[in-house]
Design a protein around this ligand. Structure first.
Ligand code: IPE
Ligand code: IPE
Ligand code: MG
Length: 605
């Protein structure tokens, strides 16, 4: 006898079955592959994920498509979520997707309040603006995919089949989801063009000599073919097809593994489609999908049966009195704290108006002169470091105001251990106090720590990592703080990681080039430095960012760091705009500022 998925999951109420049925149908229509892949999971998990998936799709559809201005579409999505929240309070709904969600919320204690912030992250989609660079493309997707994964993982975990086991694993899954997203963007290209929507970043188009308009005109040229090739390659790299999923949970190994296999077949289809990709969306025939997935389904079903998998109950009816707080997103992504604008400078100074092409992308600062500042004021050196932290806050505010995307600061070098233990302790105490202080982290900044834990107090390392984790969805400014950082040590770490990959057979030693090495740096996404600024009058770089700074414009100023404020940053940036960057080319009389090449262009072999 074939038992239905609803019976297996203990859902007997016919109206509730209908609600879940609608969710599954929506998932099948919109993402047939997702629906296929969910069938490798236990019935409860399939249904739970369908309800969530249908919710995401509803919100996404309401924001993204349909009539009206972006604001109207966003309002419609918001009203749908309000209705969901009210339905959860009442314990039932007339809308099938919301009905399934009401059940999920009550049966699994799902924090439904986490849905609204997710929607807020999706709303940027409403503007239908093409991302400028791959970096922006990723920065836009990650804050959405992270919470979606967190929500799916919550449900799967409650049902005894967790998807992720560690932060590293979550990251790998998000990478794969980015790959899947890109595969979707390729296969649905024609449909998006029908809606006058170009989802691929302009950087990718420009690299092939195309504009968004060219793509919208749908002419198949060698440039379009090249765009398809390079995007396919990128998607394939994100999917990590050769990486064994050994440290994955069984659930994600079967679920994401199935997804990955389908996606690889789709990429082949894209490669073979030629001009057809511009005419209509590419689909994989049902039979092909089944041929790929059936063996996995059979194996997984057997293992679910035999394994001591403790099933949670999707059938549990009693609505709990107190639902869990909305910490779902916080677990994997971010606390739901509001992002505050930077306070203005006390003088009322405003940043110079520079356009994106003039603005450096990455400013790195050697904040030197704290000790001398303290001596000048007859204060202990520790006070110099405290005053230095205040200066950094102001400079960060200035970076946000002027719209700088990357700011990296040198706080404590591996060589600074050579100072007295009292001074080292004073510096680290200042760092600890600043990490604990919420002020900085209410701003729209993604905090990154560069450096090694060796020798640092454990609580400080944990504090830094926590701040990284809770701000990683932020998009405006990436603030990288170098603590216990040494440039050579960073390169040695990259070499070690590369050697390990070679020994494991993931990298062929003869094909190692500068891109490969760059991708093994501890912070591979950190772009090249455009402007390297040192205060305090010394003119050296003291083991700071050797890899990233090879073509940086250098700027040295005499003032001690604690005397610096955001106006000095703006001045440094203004100076930068007057530099002529040549990257090895010859100077011509008509030259003005040569735009910086993108990271990968500079790293050509
Ligand atoms: C920079 O200021 C901060 C750190 C190196 C931690 P210094 O402490 O180096 O100040 P000076 O160079 O002695 O004045
Ligand atoms: C560089 O400053 C390190 C930081 C600013 C954290 P130092 O003051 O330690 O550099 P040197 O030793 O004078 O080159
Ligand atoms: Mg110094």
């Amino acid at each position: 006898m074939i038992t239905s998925v609803y019976a297996k999951a203990g859902i007997h109420d016919p109206r509730l079955r209908d609600a879940f049925r609608v969710c599954r149908r929506l998932a099948r229509q919109r993402y047939p592959h997702l629906a296929d892949c969910m069938r490798v999971l236990p019935a409860e998990v399939t249904l739970g994920m369908s309800a969530l998936g249908a919710t995401f799709m509803r919100i996404d559809d309401l924001t993204d498509y349909g009539a009206g201005s972006a604001e109207e579409r966003i309002r419609r999505a918001s009203a749908w979520i309000t209705a969901l929240e009210e339905d959860v309070e009442r314990g039932d709904s007339t809308d099938p997707v919301r009905k399934a969600m009401v059940h999920l919320t009550h049966a699994l204690d799902f924090p439904v309040d986490s849905i609204r912030p997710l929607n807020e992250r999706m709303t940027r989609d409403a503007a239908r603006a093409a991302p400028g660079t791959w970096q922006e493309w990723t920065q836009y997707q990650r804050p959405i995919l992270g919470p979606c994964l967190a929500a799916l993982d919550w449900v799967a975990s409650r049902l005894g089949a967790p998807l992720t086991i560690s932060a590293g694993h979550t990251e790998a899954m998000i990478d794969m989801m980015l790959g899947l997203q890109l595969v979707d963007d390729l296969t649905d290209l024609a449909e998006d063009l029908d809606n006058d929507y170009v989802k691929l970043p302009l950087e990718a188009l420009n690299a092939c000599g195309l504009t968004a308009q060219n793509l919208l005109e749908r002419r198949w040229t060698p440039a379009t073919a090249q765009l398809m090739r390079s995007t396919t390659e990128r998607a394939r790299a994100l999917l990590h097809p050769d990486e064994p999923a050994i440290d994955w949970t069984f659930t994600s190994a079967v679920f994401m593994g199935a997804f990955r296999r389908l996606a690889m077949v789709q990429l082949r289809q894209v490669e073979e489609a030629g001009a057809a990709i511009l005419a209509q969306p590419l689909t994989l025939p049902y039979a092909t999908r089944q041929r790929i997935l059936l063996p996995t389904r059979a194996k997984a079903a057997l293992i679910w049966k035999l394994s001591p998998f403790t099933r949670g109950a999707l059938s549990a009816p009693a609505p709990p009195q107190h639902r869990a707080p909305a910490d779902l997103l916080a677990r994997h992504s971010a606390p739901l704290i509001p992002v505050l604008p930077p306070p203005p400078h006390s003088s009322g100074a405003r940043p110079p108006a520079l356009n994106d092409t003039q603005l450096p992308r990455h400013v790195a600062i050697i904040m030197d002169g704290n000790g001398r500042w303290a001596a000048d004021h007859a204060l202990p050196r520790a006070e110099g470091h405290r005053a230095g932290a205040e200066a950094l806050h102001d400079v960060v505010h200035g970076a946000l105001e002027i719209g700088l995307p990357y700011l990296t600061v040198y706080t404590f070098s591996t060589e600074n251990w050579n100072r007295s233990s009292a001074e080292v302790k004073a510096i680290l105490d200042v760092v600890r106090d600043n990490v604990a202080d919420q002020k900085l982290f209410d701003l729209d900044l993604r905090f990154c720590w560069s450096g090694v834990p060796d020798g640092l107090p454990k609580d400080l390392v944990e504090g830094l990592q926590e701040r990284e984790r809770t701000t990683r969805h932020r998009t405006k400014l990436t603030l990288t703080v170098c603590i216990n950082y040494g440039g050579r040590s960073e390169l040695a770490i990259a070499a070690q990681s590369l050697a390990q990959a070679a020994v494991a057979g993931r990298v062929n030693p003869v094909s190692i080039n500068q891109h490969t090495l760059a991708s093994h740096l501890p912070l591979p996404d950190l772009p090249d430095v455009d402007l390297l600024w040192r205060t305090g009058g010394e003119q050296r770089t003291s083991n700071f960012l050797p890899w990233q700074s090879i073509y940086a414009e250098l700027h040295f100023t005499p003032a001690h760091w604690p005397d610096i404020d955001r106006r000095d940053l703006w001045q440094a940036i203004t100076t930068y705009t007057q530099r002529q960057r040549r990257y090895g080319t010859a100077r011509t009389e008509t030259d003005t500022q040569i735009p910086a090449p993108r990271k990968n262009e500079l790293h050509t072999t």
